[in-house]
Design a protein around this ligand. Structure first.
Ligand code: ADP
Ligand code: MG
Length: 533
């Protein structure tokens, strides 16, 4: 792999290193760049009431990132918002993909059943909100190198996945951008000539403001109370019971409360049926929330922001599915609704990326924009069907062709099920044994994707009080906000009310770790040092 970034990170004397660490630790706690401590770090008996919070895993230096890649990823975010909001509304197209998955994936089947049940009764809310995040890595196309000269097209952002539910870290990512700026102004980075880290190469990050503005726009678009007499309105965050990444969510909540005075509440996914109800006598189905701490006041929920409900483990019983259905059939604007949630499946991403297919054009009429979006697709393959691509996968899996292009071997691929939240993928050599006893039919629950190969980079990460230094891989996420009104069976056209790019996230992980989830304990939050390469 060619070296394209400057020598990094800068070397520090012991005194400089001490000063940097002290500044990071103090600034991060003072500004909520924090997580609840994992039990492996602070045992439960030491902190039985969960009062301890620690610095979130964080990169000590902003990681170099090609400016052109960063700008391209940001520039196409509104197109991605348009695509995914259109998919979520295209029940026929999405249904075609889902119908295939439900035979092999019980979780997808149950989500789809929620949609069918509400559809039968009739949806009472035609507005939908997406707080999306499109994740990328910089891919180095080694074949594009002639000698040591870097061709313009040799560096590209390639999409890892598109998140439509619980896209996290919008709170912490603004903070880590501020931290790196602060470290620069506090002279915690060594002064070099020319300066390696300078303010003009650290992009500002609006994620807290921009994502909160999305929630606020939905709240406004909901309009008046549908209850008689009218009730005060609120936004409800649906969260996991034991959330370590709580401050990330709180940043959005606090920003909203300070700047809009909208009442915001947090409700655990497990308590939905206890603390909310839909009056049976009201055909408009407002969702009523009575906070246990304010038993005499009921609020009508305008917007449901799901930071939970994306993984099968969160649905241990039929009651959990009743709760999801209860939310979906209500008049609250869902972020996301079931169809938007389903639009984020890996299978959808793979189908969109089929070369020369017309799928993408269906959702993105502008062919120039389509071409730019298409350039971000990595190679992806279906499994278990009779397509040419699936047969190609079989040949990769089961034949060791001598002199095969190393990029085309199974070692350079990752196998993904239709899951979110990290820790579900199978990499390289583990794929063959994993699929060994599976029928062709069962394999259809997965997609195969080429491994994106980012340029070599080193950095230092502070995690649980320890500094780890070495080779790292960065994953850029671009947030997007989209508020749209669904059309009606060809009678009314879909209408996009709001659509904007909403800041960014950089997650950095050790190269030896396959996965990049910060909350899952693999990665660190980081910010971009834009470089022209
Ligand atoms: P999840 O929904 O679990 O977050 P992802 O598709 O984002 O699933 O995969 C999880 C992690 O696996 C990513 O954050 C990234 O670190 C790694 N990964 C996934 N796909 C690729 C790929 N094509 N190339 C390199 N790494 C990948
Ligand atoms: Mg991911």
């Amino acid at each position: 792999m060619p070296q394209i970034y400057p020598q990094y990170p800068p070397e520090l004397t012991q005194e400089q290193s001490q000063y940097l660490l002290t500044t990071v630790k103090d600034w991060s706690i003072a500004h909520g760049l924090a997580v609840r401590a994992p039990a492996s770090f602070i045992p439960e008996e030491v902190d039985p009431t969960g009062v301890v919070a620690i610095t979130a895993p964080v990169a000590l230096f902003p990681s170099p990132f090609p400016r052109s890649c960063f700008e391209e990823a940001r520039a196409i975010q509104t197109a991605y918002n348009e695509i995914y909001s259109a998919i979520a509304q295209d029940e026929k197209w999405l249904g075609g993909i889902v119908e295939d998955l439900i035979k092999v994936d019980d979780f997808i089947a149950k989500l789809w059943n929620v949609h069918l049940a509400v559809q039968k009764e009739g949806y009472v809310q035609d507005l939908s909100l997406g707080l999306f995040r499109s994740d990328y890595m910089v891919h180095v196309d080694v074949s594009m190198f002639e000698g040591q000269n870097l061709d313009d097209y040799a560096l590209q952002v390639k999409q890892v996945e598109f998140n439509t539910i619980a896209s996290s870290f919008g709170g912490l990512s603004s903070r880590v951008s501020e931290l790196h700026r602060h470290l620069l102004s506090a002279n915690a980075y060594p002064l070099t000539d020319p300066p390696l880290i300078n303010a003009s190469s650290l992009p500002t990050n609006s994620s807290i403001i921009s994502l909160s503005a999305g929630l606020s726009a939905a709240h406004k678009a909901y309009g008046c109370s549908r209850s008689t007499p009218p009730l005060p309105l609120c936004i409800l965050f649906i969260v996991q019971e034991l959330e370590r990444n709580v401050f990330d969510q709180r940043h959005l909540e606090y920003h909203l409360m300070t700047h809009s005075e909208i009442p915001i509440f947090r409700l655990s996914f497990n308590s939905i049926l206890n603390q909310t109800h839909i009056p049976t006598s009201n055909p408009m189905r407002p969702l009523i929330y009575t906070p246990p701490q304010l038993p005499n006041i009921s609020y009508e929920v305008t917007t449901l922001y799901l930071r939970a409900g994306y993984s099968p483990a969160e649905y241990p019983s039929d009651e959990s599915w009743t709760a999801r259905l209860h939310l979906e059939r209500s008049a609250a604007i869902k972020c996301p609704g079931i169809l938007t949630h389903l639009a984020g499946s890996k299978k959808v991403q793979q189908v969109l990326a089929i070369p020369e297919s017309s799928h993408l054009a269906r959702f993105l009429p502008d062919s120039k924009v389509e071409e730019r979006v298409r350039r971000t697709f990595a190679r992806m393959y279906p499994l278990g069907d009779d397509s040419k691509a699936a047969r190609h996968v079989n040949s990769m899996l089961y034949t060791d062709v001598p002199n095969m292009d190393p990029q085309m071997t199974i070692q350079c691929h990752v196998l993904k099920p239709q899951r979110e939240g990290g820790g579900n993928n199978i990499y390289g050599n583990a794929i063959r044994p994993f699929l060994k006893d599976m029928s062709e039919h069962q394999k259809r629950a997965y997609i195969l994707m080429e491994i994106i190969q980012p340029p070599k980079l080193c950095n230092s990460i502070l995690r649980n009080g320890k500094v780890e230094s070495g080779e790292v891989i960065g994953e850029l996420g671009i947030y997007g906000v989209c508020l749209w009104r669904n059309g009606k069976n060809g009678v009314k056209k879909r209408e996009i009310l709001e659509n904007w790019e909403a800041g960014y996230l950089l997650r950095t992980k050790g190269k030896e770790s396959d996965e990049g989830g910060v909350a899952a304990g693999f990665g660190a939050v980081d910010s971009c040092l834009l470089v022209d390469v």
